[in-house]
Ligand binder design. Structure first.
Ligand code: C2E
Length: 531
């Protein structure tokens, strides 16, 4: 079972750590690589724009040179001069002279006019920042072309028709070429050039855009990419990082598991629990057998672990005893119980609170002093406090024990001898100690309804108690038949699951309230009060 838990812990820790490391690495690498890709694409849109600006610059200076050469008046010489600048293979596909309104007067190659499908008016053109050039879209049957116009004089202008193609806009890195396109647009959104590296592929339907706007020309270059292209998960660096993170997570998980499953020093654990106040006084009511009236309760320690587990006393009391922590533990429990039950104890002056005291603690030098202080600070009468000393363990020094019990009695405390009948000491021990209460062990209560000898022992203990002026409490009563048999033997008080198991202080208070209201003798505790 322990091995299985260890294995489960190890697997759980490894899985959890790998998960956390992978998630962390995913977040970090996605942000890092995604950010880098976005910066790279912004830079590339700048490159596309700068190249396009250079093309416009070059067209503008050609137009300037032509205008400087002579009158561009559609004469044969003027057209010849224009033709010299329209070469196959360059981006200038035609140069035209246009009038004041932008209407074409003549073209370097008049046959290109047949390709036209529309020509912008002057007022539809966009001015460059220096006012020297005007840019516009030229509709042609073969697709959009890009017009760059410079005024010759107040009446005429010279317009170059450019086709900015892949050579200028081919800026995309290999990995992104197939999933992107690059466009040049005017301020009205009209596209004057576009480039898709993979001519057969369609533009991405859903895309992320990276745009650079020119500060010299009314123009912007935009790179459109599919959102998936930005995903860092396609990157080799991402895969390598995730592999490293997963491995690190696994190693860390193993280390964590071995740290968590390291043997814990039980005494250090006790000290930690004491400091954290994890030991709680649960209490089990004692009652009058004939009437069922509650006459007190016994503190039974429980360890409420931070993970919610409730540890029974036999799992920690022996260690607390052998490690010298029992004193601190006892005072902690008693203080808490006195503080919490003080109102009930003040209201019912006959109510007795019992606490288990180990023989060694009882015989300790400071026991009586500490007990007095603890009880005095709660302003509860010493007469309402019972100290249960077990008969299971021998009192090392019976004479000293007798003196202590006597002194305690003078101070008002009562001492009960616990687990009577199963211990090693004889009747003289009971007689000498001077205890006021005798608690008959559950062993005899269990047997009393089926074993005549148990009846004889109980009757004998009752007789002895009467002789010594002691009262008798029977422990571990679970059935009404046991109550009846105990009454028949002369026992008057008892405790057991028949009335209630050990309860937390809060539940015990509720239990008292319910009992006060119903006040039915001998009735078992309501199931919801069971611990
Ligand atoms: N089956 C059954 N059990 C019943 C019934 N009625 C009561 N019991 C259980 O019998 C035990 C009676 O307490 P104990 O003899 O003082 O025996 C106690 C006592 O010797 C010791 N102990 C508990 N708390 C403390 C403490 O604060 N200090 C010291 N020194 N010992 C403690 O641990 C022992 C065990 O305590 P618990 O486990 O709480 O077990 C308790 C109680 O829960 C019943 O009807 N049926």
């Amino acid at each position: 079972m322990a091995l299985q838990r260890k294995h489960m812990l190890r697997v759980g820790a490894v899985v959890a750590c790998v998960g956390v490391f992978l998630a962390g690495a995913d977040l970090a690498v996605t942000a890092l690589i995604g950010g880098q890709t976005a910066r790279q694409l912004s830079e590339l849109s700048k490159v596309a724009l700068r190249r396009s600006e250079a093309a416009i610059d070059s067209a503008g200076s050609i137009l300037n040179r032509l205008i400087a050469k002579g009158p561009m008046d559609c004469s044969a010489i003027a057209l010849q001069a224009l033709r010299l600048h329209v070469y196959q293979g360059t981006i200038i596909k035609d140069i035209r002279t246009v009038d004041r309104d932008g209407a074409v007067q003549c073209a370097a190659y008049s046959e290109t006019l047949e390709f036209d499908n529309g020509w912008a008016r002057r007022d539809e053109m966009f001015k460059s920042a220096d006012g020297e050039l005007r840019l516009f879209r030229v509709e042609q049957f073969t697709g959009a072309a890009f017009g760059v116009m410079r005024d010759i004089d107040a009446q005429r202008s010279l317009a170059a028709i450019l086709r900015i193609d892949g050579n200028l806009l081919d800026v995309m890195p290999v990995g992104l070429r197939a999933e992107s396109n690059v466009t040049l647009t005017l301020p009205d959104g009209e596209q004057v050039a576009g480039y898709h590296p993979d001519a057969s592929a369609k533009s991405p339907a859903q895309s992320v855009a990276f745009t650079t706007v020119s500060d010299r020309y009314p123009l912007q270059a935009t790179i459109h990419v599919r959102p998936q292209s930005l995903s860092a998960r396609r990157d080799l660096a991402y895969l390598l990082t995730m592999l490293a993170a997963g491995t690190l997570g696994g190693v860390f998980g193993l280390l964590l598991a071995s740290y968590l499953s390291r043997p814990v020093d039980p005494v250090a654990e006790l000290d930690r629990a004491l400091a954290a106040n994890e030991f709680k006084p649960y209490v089990q009511p004692t009652f009058r057998l004939k009437t069922g009236d509650i006459i007190g309760c016994e503190i039974l320690a429980r360890w409420e672990k931070p993970d919610g587990r409730l540890i029974p006393p036999m799992s920690f009391i022996p260690l607390a005893e052998s490690s010298g922590r029992i004193e601190k533990l006892t005072w902690q429990l008693l203080k808490t119980a006195l503080r919490e039950l003080q109102p009930e104890m003040k209201q019912d002056k006959l109510f007795k609170l019992s606490v288990n005291i180990t023989p060694r603690h009882l015989l300790g030098d400071r026991f009586i002093d500490d007990l007095r202080k603890t009880v005095a600070s709660s302003s509860v009468s010493t007469r309402q406090v019972v100290l249960e000393v077990t008969e299971r363990e021998e009192l090392a020094d019976l004479d000293k024990a007798t003196d202590v019990v006597k002194e305690l009695g003078e101070l008002g405390f009562r001492v009960a001898l616990d687990d009577v009948g199963i211990g090693h000491s004889g009747l003289s021990y009971i007689q000498r100690l001077g205890a006021r209460i005798l608690k008959i062990d559950k062993f005899f209560v269990d047997a009393i309804t089926r074993d005549q000898s148990a009846i004889v022992v109980v009757q004998m203990l009752v007789a002895l108690a009467r002789e010594l002026d002691m009262s008798v409490v029977a422990e571990g009563i679970e059935h009404q038949e046991q109550v009846d048999a105990l009454i028949a033997c002369g026992v008057e008080e008892g405790q057991g699951y028949l009335v209630a198991p050990p309860l937390s202080l809060g539940r015990f208070k509720q239990f008292l309230d319910v009992r006060r209201v119903s006040a039915v003798p001998g009735r078992a505790a309501k199931p919801e009060l069971a611990a």
